[in-house]
Write a protein of this length. Sequence first.
Length: 340
Amino acid sequence: MALATGAMAQADTIRIATYNTELHRDGPGLFLRDLARGEDDQINAVLAVIKRADADVLALQGIDYDLTGEALTRFAKAAGYPHHFALRPNTGLPTGLDMDGDGRLGGPRDAQGYGRFSGQGGMAILSRLPIDAGNVQDLSDLLWVDIPEALLPEVLGAPFPSAEAQAAQRLSTTGHWIVPIDTPDGPFQLMTFHASPPVFDGPEDRNGKRNHDEVRLWQHVLDGTVGTAPPGAFVIAGDANLDPEDGSGLHSGISNLLSDQRLINLSPLGHFGTDTVDWTDPVPGDLRVSYVFPSIHWRVEDSGVLWPAPDDPFADTVATASRHRLVWADLTLDPAGGGE
């Protein structure tokens, strides 16, 4: 697959992308160490993919957060982006409670979001356009119990794993951010997230229900029942960890978002169609889990999944970088607000 370059050659056309880099390491500071050495094959491959994609605004998942921001600053510079943004994610954030019901404390699943340390596998934004960091809306601390129509897990009619744990559980596994981005034609809101995998649980379906409600949260925001809805153009971009038809999970979560009339339902294509992740065959197999959803304020010029054919010289680099594939869309603000 070939990507057009120089997406900003026309001032009113913006390439927006999302990419689960899987740049998470097993301990704090290790990503920064590997990045500073400059010899890590995966990091170099991820940077090559990002440069090939040539996005103007890029939502990243699976990238370790560090409190000083040193790692992200170095990574943004290496990728060629003047602006970057990140907040502390829920991954690895201690709760002091048994959150997975295994009778033990302090495990990675006892954090607000799965993580061996605070910040493992967080999110970030890289941008060629200015980020209005002072007006970011961070929904990451919303409690799951406070979400309208929450699908809270139960066992024998009792809250799972306990009422105390549910009262402390945040909805966001990693985070939900609404980030204003300034463009030559006016600002838009980037709504980004990384939802929990709907697996690795028991019959209570804790992770499946949480995943569903994390995806559903964006519609609550647009409905005005949670947070503050964007006043104009927006783009939802992130890893929903949910395919509309295949694999595990409550598929209605993403299929409802795909059919929301306030969004343009894109079907970006790569060598393997709309699939965006190369997981082990036959289970779970290749699935569509990463999405770019523009609001109807945009006109879509082009879109795709950076998944080249196996005989493409760049295919090995893409595979070395991550099991996930970068998803992109070229968008122009549409004064008529009519979509495609």
